[in-house]
Design a protein around this ligand. Structure first.
Ligand code: GLY
Length: 390
């Protein structure tokens, strides 16, 4: 249990108001904690750019069995989490539990997809194989040239922009103090215990505990001794948003196109989100013509009808990538400093379980067993190979 902080100070200060920081703040506030979140623009980081897929099956990759178990446990939390946040703010967050369809664009993509589906079945994540015509019966907008695929139960999506806006509002309603400034540094007391944050504007936010949830920048938090925070890097993703006047398709479509992964997510307002590149180019937020071209090319190979849609947004987000693609959630070696980062491609999916874990830690309880092995440090770094449909 976290000790009582300085009089009037929050129990917990959270560095970073992305989907993870906000989910932690809301979970803590619902558990009766006083909370401050420090972020100049809460909810406008990687989760704003994302497509909002909740995809434990399609994010299950060779060598990532432990992570897949965590993703499945995280997905189980989603129906109750979505209902709770919708009740808190009195509006929909666009949570959609219809199954995803995954398709291959040619025979070699089909072979790669078959291998991946066989691996997923072997770890208990089955899918229903479909012929090309069965795929097209489910999703008539698919190209006549696709080469078969599968229906993937359990992979759903949420409107991520509605979600983060709802989290900001739910936090405010629950009394969370949103400090709209950049985090400058962690403050330690004389005993070397985390005691709060200082902002770039010079404001002090003293607190009984601190959670470092700054996405890919988490490792850059000043004031933390070297080696305490985990290694997290930016992984660039281009995402496109297109506008339709009538629904072109309803289910989420994922596909392999000449070995490249692509996804198309339909929103209830008939817009379509197309993603995403996975680029190891560091802190680069430029929208680049070549990436936009490749995404459009792949998306139209799967759904030719997108040619008719209006291209309304090309954006870039920086995912917090960890060495083994899995998150770091737990107390660090610095007393009362916790970390919640490294969620890579699954920040939206993992937000509820991460909030639950941080609230449990602050209460002095163990975190959910599903997160065992995903603490602030990992002794064993796995080489995932990273192959497959991302
Ligand atoms: N969650 C999918 C992506 O990161 O592109």
């Amino acid at each position: 249990m976290v000790d009582t902080p300085t009089h009037g100070a929050p129990d917990v200060a959270i560095a970073g108001g992305g989907v993870i920081g906000l989910a932690c703040a809301w979970a803590l506030a619902r558990a009766g904690r006083t909370v401050a979140v420090v972020d100049p623009e809460p909810g406008r980081g990687a989760a704003w750019v994302a497509a909002g897929m909740l995809a434990p099956a399609n994010e299950a990759h060779f060598g990532e069995e432990d992570l897949t178990r965590l993703l499945l446990a995280a997905a189980d939390r989603w129906p109750a989490f979505a209902a709770a946040i919708e009740e808190a703010v009195g509006r929909s967050i666009g949570y959609d539990a219809s199954n995803t369809v995954v398709v291959a664009s040619d025979v070699s993509d089909r072979a790669a997809l078959d291998q991946l589906l066989a691996f997923r079945t072997s770890i208990g994540v089955p899918s229903q194989r479909l012929t090309a015509s069965e795929c097209r019966a489910l999703v008539p907008a698919l190209s006549p040239s696709i080469c078969g695929g599968a229906e993937v139960p359990g992979d759903h999506h949420v409107d991520n922009r509605r979600l983060v806006d709802a989290l900001v509002e739910a936090c405010r309603l629950a009394g969370v103090d949103l400090v709209l400034d950049r985090v400058a540094r962690l403050d330690l007391d004389r005993a070397g215990t985390a005691a709060g944050l200082t902002t770039e504007g010079g404001a002090r936010v003293p607190a009984g505990a601190v959670v470092a949830a700054m996405g890919w920048r988490t490792g850059q938090l000043l004031g933390v001794p070297d080696g305490v925070l985990p290694e997290v890097r930016p992984v660039k993703g281009h995402v496109l948003r297109l506008r339709a006047t009538a629904p072109l398709f309803e289910r989420t479509i994922r596909g392999l196109v000449r070995g490249r992964a692509c996804y198309l997510v339909a929103r209830r307002d008939h817009s379509v989100v197309v993603g995403a590149t996975v680029e190891e180019v560091g802190d680069d937020l430029r929208v680049q013509a070549g990436a936009v071209h490749s995404l459009l090319d792949d998306a139209r190979a799967l759904v030719p009808g997108i040619d008719e849609l209006e291209l309304v947004e090309c954006s870039v987000g920086l995912r917090p990538g960890s060495p083994d693609n899995a998150p770091f959630v737990g107390w660090t070696e610095i007393s009362r400093l916790a970390v919640a980062t490294g969620h890579f491609r699954n920040g939206v999916l993992l937000a509820p379980i991460t909030g639950e874990a941080i609230a449990a830690l602050v209460a002095g309880e163990d975190q959910p067993t599903d997160l065992a092995g995903f603490g602030a440090r990992r002794e064993r770094q796995r080489d995932t190979g990273g192959a497959g449909l991302r």
